[in-house]
Write a protein that binds this ligand. Structure first.
Ligand code: ADP
Length: 420
């Protein structure tokens, strides 16, 4: 009967059903595992039971290690790119057939290549300057290349190439525009100084020969020649003096020894110098005001004296030169030299403070100019946080003003100094 049957196989049924349940459980977890493995993400790893707890726990740990390693690798690569991107040099990685693999933003700017647009392009197809192309294809990179890209003719670049692991090349570009400018300035400066010295030396040599040759020269002529030689020697001394002053002002070591400079006294002194220089050929007016300037007295005096001597030298006889100190509303002040002289055309004004820049070379020389006066003025003012303001009209006259900020201008330091 059924009861008998049931009774007889009861144990078996229980076992079968038990096994079935166990199987179902394992199948369930196995399918969870299969599902998770499709998209193994740490936060949705299933919770197991029994042996599956361990399986999932181990998988979890293994996955976590992998993810950490991946993240570390990514971080490292990211950091590497950021570092290379931040370099002031341009970097382009190319393979041995010069195809671009990667470049940083500076290289994009220097060479006009693009990381996204030009990947896989030959760099020599993009930068077509003959000098660059022949350098890149030469295979000899021991000496860097210097060139001005056609696309950016105002920039000078230095290019070096380094072989990386025999499979690619690293092209490093550096902007050397400034260095080139400094080099050019130095060359110009040396050429200018040599030229300035050669002219008086030629004159002196010439007269010496005359003096040595002409035994029959009368005393008056001899005196005249000696006088001319002396003038040239003085001209050379002035030039050397000005050069030394400039170099002292430019060397950063000479720090500024500052004091409270009495502007009124200083202007009076400079005006006295002006009267000597003018020797009665001009009217010299002085409009001082009480003020004190924080700065180096000697440097300020030399700057002001330079402006005044220019006014005299570039103003025909009978003209008027006015020296004034004017306070401004912000608490600053300006030292002004106004003349009724020949004036300066607008196109020259911005360049007047360049060394040896002169509107009219012969007029400057005849009046004893070195071409360095305004360069000295500019440097002194720079060291005093001040600037040079030039207003001028050809044939009408000029105003050269040293403009000082409020931080440099003040009331007399103490009562006793004021009395003195
Ligand atoms: P320089 O020794 O030739 O006077 P500076 O550096 O003092 O050299 O001046 C540069 C040039 O600026 C002068 O050669 C001259 O052409 C022009 N200049 C300077 N001051 C005046 C002025 N007051 N009036 C007209 N031109 C001036």
């Amino acid at each position: 009967t059924a009861g008998w049957l049931f009774g007889r196989f009861a144990g078996l049924w229980v076992a079968v059903i038990g096994l079935g349940i166990l199987l179902a459980i394992h199948l369930f977890y196995a399918s969870l595992l299969a599902g998770w493995l499709e998209k193994p993400r740490l936060d949705d790893i299933p919770n197991g039971s029994g042996i599956w707890t361990q399986v999932f726990a181990r998988l979890y740990r293994a996955r976590r290690t992998t993810e950490q390693n991946e993240r570390r690798l990514q971080d490292n690569e990211e950091r590497f790119r950021r570092t290379i991107s931040a370099l002031p040099e341009g970097i382009v990685l190319v393979d041995l057939s010069l195809q671009i693999e990667w470049c940083n933003p500076v290289a994009e700017e220097h060479l006009g290549v693009s990381l996204t647009g030009d990947h896989g392009m030959r760099v020599t197809n993009l930068v077509r300057d003959p000098a660059f192309v022949s350098y890149m294809t030469s295979g000899r990179y021991d000496v860097p290349l210097e060139f001005r890209p056609m696309a950016r003719p105002n920039t000078a670049l230095e290019v070096r190439v380094i072989e990386v692991e025999r499979t690619r090349l690293m092209v490093i570009s550096r902007d050397i525009t400034q260095r080139e400018q400094v080099d050019a300035m130095r060359r110009d400066f040396i050429a200018n100084v040599s030229h300035e010295l050669r002219t008086p030396l030629t004159v002196v040599n010439g007269f010496m020969e005359v003096l040595l040759d002409a035994q029959h020269e009368d005393e008056a002529t001899r005196q005249h020649h000696l006088k001319l030689m002396q003038e040239q020697a003085q001209r050379m001394s002035r030039l050397v003096e000005d050069l030394l002053t400039l170099s002292r002002l430019e060397s950063s070591e000479s720090s500024l020894v500052e004091e409270a400079v009495d502007v009124q006294l200083l202007l009076r002194e400079v005006a006295d110098e002006a009267r000597v220089l003018s020797a009665g050929r001009h009217r010299i007016e002085l409009k001082p005001a009480r003020a004190f300037l924080r700065g180096n007295r000697e440097e300020l005096r030399s700057a002001f004296a330079n402006l005044v001597s220019n006014a005299i030298r570039y103003t025909p006889d009978g003209g008027t030169i006015t020296l004034a100190w004017l306070a401004d509303e912000q608490g600053g002040g300006r030292f002004e030299v106004r003349d009724t002289g020949i004036g300066v055309a607008p196109e020259h004004i911005a360049r007047l403070t360049e060394r040896f820049y002169r509107v009219d070379k012969s007029r400057s020389r005849e009046t004893g100019g070195t071409g360095l006066g305004l360069a000295i003025v500019k440097h002194v003012l720079l060291r005093h946080d001040a600037r040079l303001d030039i207003q001028s009209e050809v044939g009408q006259g000029s105003t050269f003003a040293a403009v000082f900020p409020a931080s440099r201008v003040g009331a007399p330091p103490t009562a006793s100094t004021q009395a003195a």
